[in-house]
Design a protein around this ligand. Structure first.
Ligand code: HEC
Length: 154
């Protein structure tokens, strides 16, 4: 093999290595972006409207809903998703993936997207076909929780 040929082979191999690197980066990049794309696919226009009720509070309006539909899985020692929904303080703390309520912005609150069941089925709350047979929240209940968050989540 002449030195020039050897050089060509080396350059070719370099290119193959380079291409593999690009492919690898493309694959990794796509994997990173995919969940974001899914999150963006949530159609927020499907959210039930916020209730017009004034002065919605956790103690008076929201706690009874959570006690009926959520507490079974979200309290005490090993709460699901590391999220406790038994006190206002615990709700605001959030779960394993961080905050679930953004005071003032119900449409940006994970909890609302989950209970309205408009996103990924795996995130629906209460979960679809849960063993405790706890049914989905009504549109009025979701609207009341929205109003509570929009009014500052007090
Ligand atoms: C039958 C059990 C069950 C019930 C009832 C239930 N959940 Fe959950 N919840 C789960 C499980 C399991 C997870 C964790 C899912 C995961 O980690 O993928 C979860 C996770 C969550 C999360 C996400 C936590 C995070 O940090 O990502 C939110 C928000 C949530 N639940 C809200 C609620 C609300 C509000 C209710 C009541 C309306 C409710 N859940 C009722 C089982 C339940």
């Amino acid at each position: 093999m002449k030195p020039v040929d050897l050089l060509n082979v080396l350059v070719k191999n370099q290119n193959v290595l380079f291409m593999n690197k690009i492919n690898f980066l493309t694959v990794v990049g796509t994997l990173c972006i995919a969940p974001l794309a899914l999150a963006e696919a949530v159609d927020l226009t499907k959210l039930p409207p916020a209730s017009s009720k004034p002065n919605v509070t956790f103690a008076g309006d929201i706690k009874p809903i959570f006690e009926k539909s959520c507490i079974k899985c979200h309290s005490e020692q090993k709460p699901k998703g590391k999220l406790r929904l038994d006190t206002l303080e615990n709700v605001m703390k959030g779960g394993g993936d961080g905050k679930v309520v953004r005071p003032g912005s119900s449409d940006k609150s994970v909890l609302i997207v989950d209970v309205a069941r408009i996103g990924d089925e795996e995130d629906w709350m209460p979960p679809k076909n849960n063993k405790a047979h706890i049914p989905a929240l009504t549109k009025d209940e979701v609207g009341l929780i929205r109003a509570w968050i929009d009014q500052g989540a007090k």
